[in-house]
Design a binder for this molecule. Structure first.
Ligand SMILES: Nc1ncnc2c1ncn2[C@@H]1O[C@H](COP(=O)(O)OP(=O)(O)OP(=O)(O)O)[C@@H](O)[C@H]1O
Ligand SMILES: [Mg+2]
Length: 453
């Protein structure tokens, strides 16, 4: 594993997220600190607790986006959950321990994929062996007659078999039989196809039932007809499964969750209500109380074993418009020592967001229209105009941050997207005048813009 330095992490995030330097910096430090901690001598390592972070910022400024990109970078088990999805134990909804179970699930499949990559060459070879047996069954080849005679003949026959097989293998590997149909038999677990629902809010009961059934039911063998190309993938996966030591995978995975796991809790503000004494709000504080032990560090039972959560890193995010971080229960506040305020996006940021990110909206629309043979281009001034309108609408209506750019662009491009591919104009340049006629006029009418933009 090659851990990224904080600067490298920020540089990667920069490819997708405009501005928000403070937030990028603190998540980068937190990520690197995981690795640093692992290099520290044993007795101190246990003492170093993760510095959990709360990202605070209005809607549409990139909180979730940072988490999504971080997840892709993190060479560590990572899950993103919405705080509002959870309920107190005993209520309908997911219980908070399922966060850690999901994280473990992620880690297990992560480690398994790594191991699969390690044994891939071997598994492919074994798959080819099985394919050869199916394509050219041995009994089709001359039978070895034991007449008690010279074993030299036997030897020779075997050598000839081997030569034929080697030749066939070469041709198989060269891809000569890829389209041939073969019938393969695979042994599969039946349980993955079956979803066992436990009593409400008790995910672990469901898991146990599933485990039990999975072990009791016989492995089902299934035959199917497919092309050699497909069959090789299926057989290689099965062979890899035989080589890989699942116990080791699970040990590695549990260790990785405990030492490097990252949980992103989105919409934390949604469970930070004022302390209402009745009504649906009672459960908000309940959820906070349920989450607390996991963040403080406790043991969670998963189907792979017990996971200790002391060193899992938690990054939370929320708009905190109505409620404030100080509305969280004090114990929970203390568990998030780092608070980062995200900046509101400016008109200049909007211009950059339209152009620079790898997934910039303008790039997306250009690519979409290119499929119809249309070359869409945006005049520099037009982009500025779009940003200006977006900013203005955010000011006059609700501020929804960069999400406003989506609504503006869809309105602006609606006719063009509808006209194609029949439209004759295959070179479309968006000019400031077009932006003004198509959206600025709507934007300046508060009644209209409320509904359309
Ligand atoms: N700083 C930014 N740079 C690039 N794109 C951004 C930025 N901020 C927001 N966006 C774009 O706006 C969209 C919404 O952003 P995001 O989902 O991160 O909002 P959020 O901060 O999580 O808001 P909410 O509080 O409503 O969940 C994203 O899909 C992203 O494309
Ligand atoms: Mg969000």
């Amino acid at each position: 594993m090659k851990p990224m330095t904080p600067r490298q992490i920020v540089r990667e995030l920069d490819k997708y997220i405009v501005g928000q330097e403070a937030a990028k910096k603190s998540v980068a430090i937190a990520m690197r600190n995981r690795w640093r901690r692992l290099q520290v001598p044993d007795h101190l390592r246990e003492e170093i607790m993760p510095n959990n972070i709360i990202l605070i910022g209005s809607t549409g400024v990139g909180k979730t986006e940072i988490a999504r990109r971080l997840a892709m970078l993190a060479d560590a088990p990572f899950v993103k959950v919405e705080a509002s999805k959870f309920t107190e134990v005993g209520y309908v909804g997911r219980d908070v321990e399922s966060i850690i179970r999901d994280l473990t699930e992620v880690a297990v499949s992560m480690v398994r994929h790594e191991k699969e990559a390690e044994v891939e060459a071997k598994a492919l070879e074994l798959a080819d062996d099985r394919l050869l047996d199916i394509l050219f069954p041995l009994d089709d080849q001359p039978v070895v007659v034991h007449d008690g005679g010279g074993s030299g003949e036997d030897e020779e026959l075997r050598a000839r078999h081997q030569r034929t097989r080697d030749k066939l293998r070469k041709r198989l590997q060269a891809g000569e039989f890829e389209d041939r149909l073969v019938e393969i038999k695979t042994h599969s677990d039946v349980s993955p196809m079956m979803q066992v629902m436990g009593p409400f809010g008790m995910d672990d009961v469901a898991i146990n039932i599933q485990e039990m059934l999975g072990n009791m039911l016989p492995k089902k063998s299934r035959s199917q007809k497919t092309t050699v190309e497909e069959a090789r993938k299926i057989l290689a996966a099965e062979e890899a499964g035989k080589i890989i030591d699942m116990d080791e995978v699970i040990r590695d995975a549990l260790n990785r969750v405990e030492e490097m796991g990252i949980v992103f809790i989105d919409e934390l503000d949604k469970i930070a209500g004022e302390r209402a004494s009745s009504g649906p709000d009672v459960s908000r504080e309940g959820v906070q109380r349920d989450i607390l032990p996991i963040i403080e560090g406790c043991n969670v039972v998963t189907k792979y074993g017990v996971v200790q959560t002391d060193h899992v890193l938690f990054i939370a995010a929320g708009a905190f418009h109505v409620s404030k971080p100080s509305d969280l229960i004090p114990e929970l506040q203390g568990r998030f020592p780092i608070r980062v305020e995200m900046d509101d996006l400016t008109e200049k940021d909007f211009v950059k967001i339209l152009i620079h990110p790898r997934n910039a909206l303008i790039k997306q629309y250009e690519a979409l229209l290119a499929t119809e043979g249309v070359r869409l281009s945006f005049d520099k001034q037009a982009i500025k105009e779009i940003a200006r309108v977006a900013f203005q609408v955010n000011e006059s209506n609700e501020n929804i941050g960069a999400r406003r750019l989506h609504t503006i662009l869809t309105t602006l491009l609606e006719d063009i997207l509808f006209e194609q591919p029949e439209g004759s104009n295959k070179e479309i340049a968006i000019t400031p005048a077009m932006v003004r006629t198509r959206v600025a006029s709507i934007a300046s009418d508060p009644d209209l813009s409320r509904y359309i933009l």
